[in-house]
Design a protein around this ligand. Structure first.
Ligand code: AR6
Length: 175
């Protein structure tokens, strides 16, 4: 489904297959790989990705760092570290919003025009799906309203259930 005059698209699929300028990785602070979407991205990008992330010295929660995409169809990977869900009183909402904002700002700095996000923090890190979706879509909407450097943002959901949450929240927040 498309929203915001086609500048935001919600799809269901595997983010490692997308031909965009950058895909976002839901990484951990070591940036050395892991399970979930992080593992899938490292497998698809090949070992040169780990070589590059090793040299980055990790990443703080809410921050973002960029690398090449190597064997991925995407040109770049923007690695961001979402918050671990601790019940909602440990600044999780703000930190998750930071992930989206900082990833988009880094994308603009690097001339990225098309970017795809997974649903950060909602897997291993346990952030409630609907609450995370509201934050993701709210931050993306606000960023796109303030900057036309990014042509298209794709929210790449994994599985039908998550797709349905995203499209339901999007029709409420974005019309
Ligand atoms: N394409 C798109 N989305 C995916 C894919 C894929 N190929 N695979 C999984 N997802 P998670 P987190 C979805 O656990 O919660 C790692 O070990 C998944 O369904 O990947 O931020 C890192 O190294 C979920 O909706 O990331 C960290 O240690 C979303 O991606 C930790 O997990 C995020 O789930 C980060 O946890």
């Amino acid at each position: 489904m498309e929203y915001l005059e086609g500048r935001l698209e919600i799809i269901e699929g595997d983010i490692t297959k997308l031909e965009v300028d950058a895909i976002v990785n839901a990484a951990n602070r070591s940036l050395l790989g892991g399970g979930g979407v992080d593992g899938a991205i490292h497998r698809a990008a090949g070992p040169r990705l780990l070589e590059e992330t090793r040299a980055l010295g990790g990443c703080e929660t809410g921050e973002a760092k960029i690398t090449a995409g190597y064997d991925l169809p995407a040109g770049h990977v923007i690695h961001t570290v979402g918050p671990v869900w601790h019940g909602g009183r440990s600044d999780e909402d703000r930190l998750l919003a930071d992930c989206y904002r900082n990833s988009l700002a880094l994308a603009v700095e690097n001339g990225v025009k098309t970017i795809a996000f997974p649903s950060i923090s909602t897997g291993v890190y346990g952030f409630p799906m609907e609450r995370a979706t509201r934050i993701a879509l709210g931050e993306i909407k606000e960023f796109l309203a303030g900057a036309d450097a990014i042509e298209r943002v794709i929210c790449c959901t994994f599985g039908r259930k998550d797709y349905e949450v995203y499209t339901r929240v999007a029709s409420e927040l974005l019309g």
